[in-house]
Design a protein. Structure first.
Ligand code: GLY
Ligand code: MN
Ligand code: MN
Length: 462
């Protein structure tokens, strides 16, 4: 948690930006795994965390833009809970930690919202994503659950995005602490990536390191020798020589700030010639993308530039042909690079994605492409100092996509299908770092994590 002043200022700016009405917040509740008393790891809602700082269930809050007040709603625990949970600070004391002077029991929140609705005052809410809070909100506002997302407050979303997308020094410090722990996770994983080990041993080791630093994982990790499947969350394969191990994993600091790093390592610690050739293309793409980051440049343009760098590499390798710029404009590179270059990161690994991807990554000025590949780009905005983004290009050989495109003769002026066929047992390679846009350029967050071929091979041998 930051000092109270941080939250006071955040809420003041939010109230001012939205202008009128009530801005309502629901904390996340415990989420049961298999019965109520056996919950998943608790994670507070990021908007609640950002504006009210408190990471526990049973809370709600209202920022009243007309009155200029903030109120925290929650119930002090009684003796029955004290027996099981110990003495906890009162709601009043917790509210003061985040600069809120007004508190009331949780039930009063519902009353206040109903009174406001009856008086015809605007009640602004953010799109809910957890089923239990959807039910609570739907009942309270008299809105069918399936309409809740569409009827969320555009003004509240925009004001929150405008604030949260620019990270302060204290937020960046938290994110760097998460990358620092990720560095240890990656160095340990590289040492373990030997033939005969299992993916779950590597993912377990990485998660254990995060836990040992009082952190958690920011998202379900990808630890796979089948990197051609982009979101492969199974970890049950044995590591075998000749495969690349894709490690996409990130620690989340106790404060909630995320890191999101990917490294690709050869099982056994040495890239073979084919792996090296493809990996070097991804690395060239990633490094050129990082270098291009500075205020005023559009991230969509950097995505396209990276695609051209990698398409140029694939052409040199004999897998693509023709004019590289034309190939990328047509979307031919997406056979190998079918996802976006990156996304905003902060309290969420895909920051604020609960508000809707386009609100965060596109805003009002940029329109999202419908072209296969480019359509998956989550962040296309012009860069500003304080943005923190992931830069995560990759190249993949996806047999089913290859078979489909080949059958359809898709982009055959740009793709050398006979040559690509020889790579269908390759898998995939991706490299990802978290990058801050500074006044003059960029800074890769955290301590360096090996990514050049020689450095990865050295780390694997350590
Ligand atoms: N780890 C998910 C992502 O890279 O976006
Ligand atoms: Mn990632
Ligand atoms: Mn990412």
């Amino acid at each position: 948690m930051f000092k109270a002043e941080t939250y006071i200022l955040r809420r003041k700016l939010l109230r001012k930006s939205v202008g009128s009405g009530l801005l309502i917040f629901l904390a996340n509740e415990e989420s049961p795994m298999n019965y109520t008393a056996n919950p998943y790891h608790y994670r507070q809602d990021s908007s609640f965390l950002y504006f009210f700082g408190l990471a526990s269930p049973g809370l709600a809050a209202i920022a009243d833009a007309d009155e200029g007040t903030d109120t925290l709603y929650g119930d002090d625990i009684g003796i029955e809970d004290i027996i099981w949970m110990g003495n906890l600070p009162t709601i009043k004391a917790r509210a003061l930690e985040v600069g809120v002077r007004r508190t009331a029991p949780r039930a009063v929140f519902d009353e206040k919202v109903r009174q406001a609705l009856a008086a015809g005052r605007p009640v602004h809410y953010l799109p809910p994503y957890r089923p239990d809070n959807m039910t609570v909100l739907g009942d309270l506002l008299g809105i069918p659950v399936k309409e809740l997302k569409a009827r969320a407050s555009a003004a509240f979303i925009k004001a929150s995005v405008d604030q949260r997308i620019i990270k302060s020094k204290e937020e960046i410090r938290e994110m760097e602490s998460a990358v620092a722990v990720s560095q240890e996770m990656y160095l340990s994983a590289m040492k373990l990536a030997k033939p005969g080990r299992y993916e779950y041993q590597v993912s377990g080791l990485m998660e254990g390191i995060a836990l040992a630093y009082d952190m958690h994982l920011a998202f379900p990790p990808i630890v796979t020798i089948n990197g051609q499947t982009l979101h492969m969350h199974a970890h049950d394969n044995m590591l075998v020589k000749g495969r690349l191990l894709v490690l996409d994993c990130g620690a989340e600091a106790a404060s909630g700030y995320a890191s999101d790093i990917t490294r690709t390592v050869p099982v056994g610690g040495r890239f073979n010639a084919r792996q090296k050739a493809v990996y070097e293309i991804v690395l060239a793409g990633q490094e050129s993308a990082v270098k291009a980051i500075k205020p005023g440049v559009s991230f969509k343009d950097i995505h396209l530039q990276t695609a051209r760098v990698m398409a140029g590499g694939l052409k040199a390798l004999g897998l693509m042909k023709g004019d590289v710029a034309e190939a990328v404009a047509a979307g031919a590179h997406a056979l190998f690079f079918p996802h976006g270059l990156g996304h905003n990161i902060g309290l969420d690994v895909h920051d604020m994605e609960d508000y809707g991807e386009n609100h965060v990554g596109y805003g009002e000025k940029v329109e999202r492409s419908k072209q296969f590949g480019l359509a998956y780009l989550r962040m296309a905005r012009e860069l500003k100092p304080g943005h923190v983004l992931t830069v995560e290009p990759g190249l993949y050989f996806i047999p089913s996509l290859y078979a489909l495109w080949r059958k359809e003769k898709k982009h055959r002026d740009f793709i050398v299908y006979d040559a690509v066929e020889k790579f269908l047992d390759f898998g995939g390679a991706r490299i990802e770092d978290d990058v801050l846009v500074t006044e003059t350029g960029r800074r890769v967050l955290g301590p360096p994590i090996p990514k050049k071929v020689a450095d990865i091979e050295k780390a694997c041998r350590a």
